[in-house]
Write a protein that binds this ligand. Sequence first.
Ligand SMILES: C[S@@+](CC[C@H](N)C(=O)[O-])C[C@H]1O[C@@H](n2cnc3c(N)ncnc32)[C@H](O)[C@@H]1O
Length: 196
Amino acid sequence: MKEFIIIGHKAVTAPFSLNDLPGAAGRMDILCRCVNASLFLSHDLRRDVRVYLVLKGGAHPMLIRFDGAAVRYLSPDERSAASLIKKALEKQAQGFWTESMPGVSIKKGDLGDLLDELDRKITYLREDGPDIRVKPLDAGPDLLFVLGDHLGLTDDEEKIIADHEHMIVSVGPLSLHADHCIVLLHNEMDRVEKCI
Ligand SMILES: C[S@@+](CC[C@H](N)C(=O)[O-])C[C@H]1O[C@@H](n2cnc3c(N)ncnc32)[C@H](O)[C@@H]1O
């Protein structure tokens, strides 16, 4: 299972209009593109992938989970992912995962809660980390990646990561959009898994 966590610092935690994802919804467009980059192949889905969104733009942070093995009604455009996030936010979130649509669930919580729950080594994507072509990703199918949005990660979030087993990596010398990093990560892993 490959898992991606993306932190949305401004992303709202109440239902939002699909007509203004970058503005009123708090850069929800970034998170939607990350969902698509994580899950979509051409005419298929990556069923061994889960995506977690940390929405931090409200009074209380919320976690949304997309499970590639179970998700339905998702097409590869931002509005489609946004509409599933919106439906999840319409649910009464609890301290445990509640499914809002097939393969999409919501839970109250923040980054630390999620990392405690997943309880495994983190691969933290940061521009100044060692390049994955110099320091390759860990072997094996079970990797957990953490990426920031347009704001990167805060010092507090980096401290939470530092409290867990982790490694820091970069996917190249330039600062990229988070969804583009996810595509590059998939490509590295695909080459190892499918080509060798
Ligand atoms: C648009 S970048 C963040 C922008 C920048 N850190 C800032 O402070 O404004 C979004 C996220 O993508 C990841 N990222 C971007 N470029 C990267 C690179 N070359 N290597 C590894 N991760 C990268 C990081 O997780 C980053 O937080």
